[in-house]
Design a protein around this ligand. Structure first.
Ligand SMILES: [Zn+2]
Length: 269
């Protein structure tokens, strides 16, 4: 998966850390203005309000672009307005005497507490997200559902609030931390008919387990542990998830699992 988050440390001209900001979602800006993604406090006036921009390119590398009046120094090279440079996984550049250290957020899918597979109505897996450091958010945009991962260290009341400000509509979030998983939603998610194991949810917070099935519209989210084999019940009225064992019956509806499709998920590293 694309890791679209970075950690940023900014050191002042005297070497002291003036900003240590983690899990910043790309694209992001860094500058003097409080509206920059990374706001440098008490910065000199010759630092632009948004001095540089960082974004992912098509190959998944972080690209630094100068959008300032006075330029940026990258590895001894001066970048002027509109110039860009591709950064290494861990890299640094200089803006008006301030050193900015950028590091891609590292996520090892093997360390994920739980995997969330997005499966369409034909049973095709569209995406697999490792949850743990990240949580999965379902957004409703113009009647379609879109899934995004966001850092798990945000406060959920804020998460919903912030996404609202961006005019995105969050319906629910799936969070896994320290061996526990939860589904968070609000009245909108309940109204939209988010289901857990085929049953519409009625509360803002529900504890989840591996092999739970979450649904919104025709989209399924299948939760499993990394490498865990499971079977999807073939009874169309059920289609819930079972631990792999073709010799037993569905734990929910009793249908024989012999012919059931077996899945095992691994997140791409
Ligand atoms: Zn069943």
């Amino acid at each position: 998966m694309d890791l679209e988050f970075i950690d940023v440390i900014v050191r002042g001209p005297d070497g002291r850390t003036v900003k240590d900001q983690r899990r910043i979602k790309l694209p992001a800006t860094i500058g003097r203005s409080a509206s920059s993604s990374v706001h440098i406090p008490d910065a000199p006036a010759d630092m632009s309000r948004a001095h540089v921009e960082l974004r992912l390119d098509a190959s998944g590398s972080v690209v630094l672009r100068d959008i300032s009046t006075h330029g940026t120094v990258y590895r001894g090279r001066r970048l002027l307005n509109g110039d860009s440079a591709t950064l290494e996984r861990k890299d640094a550049f200089e803006i008006r005497g301030y050193t900015v250290e950028v590091e891609r957020m590292a996520i090892d899918p093997k360390e994920a507490d739980i995997l969330a597979a997005i499966v369409d109505s034909h049973g095709t897996t569209l995406a697999v997200y490792p949850l743990g450091d990240l949580c999965l958010v379902c957004l409703s945009i113009d009647g379609n559902f879109r899934f995004e991962v966001v850092p798990a260290n945000v406060e959920f009341s804020k998460l919903f609030g912030e996404y609202r400000l961006n005019e995105k509509r969050p319906l629910f979030a799936v969070v896994a931390q320290e061996g526990m998983s939860f589904l968070f939603t609000d009245e909108e998610g309940i109204e939209a008919g988010v289901k857990r194991n085929r049953v519409p949810i009625s509360e803002y917070q529900a504890e989840l387990e591996p092999l739970d099935l979450i649904e919104i519209g025709k989209v399924r989210i299948e939760l499993s542990r990394p490498g865990q084999q499971y079977q999807v019940c073939i009874n169309p009225a059920c289609e819930r998830l079972n631990p792999y064992n073709p010799h037993v019956n569905c734990r929910h509806c009793g249908t024989k699992l012999q012919e059931a499709r077996t899945r095992v998920l691994r997140a791409r590293g």
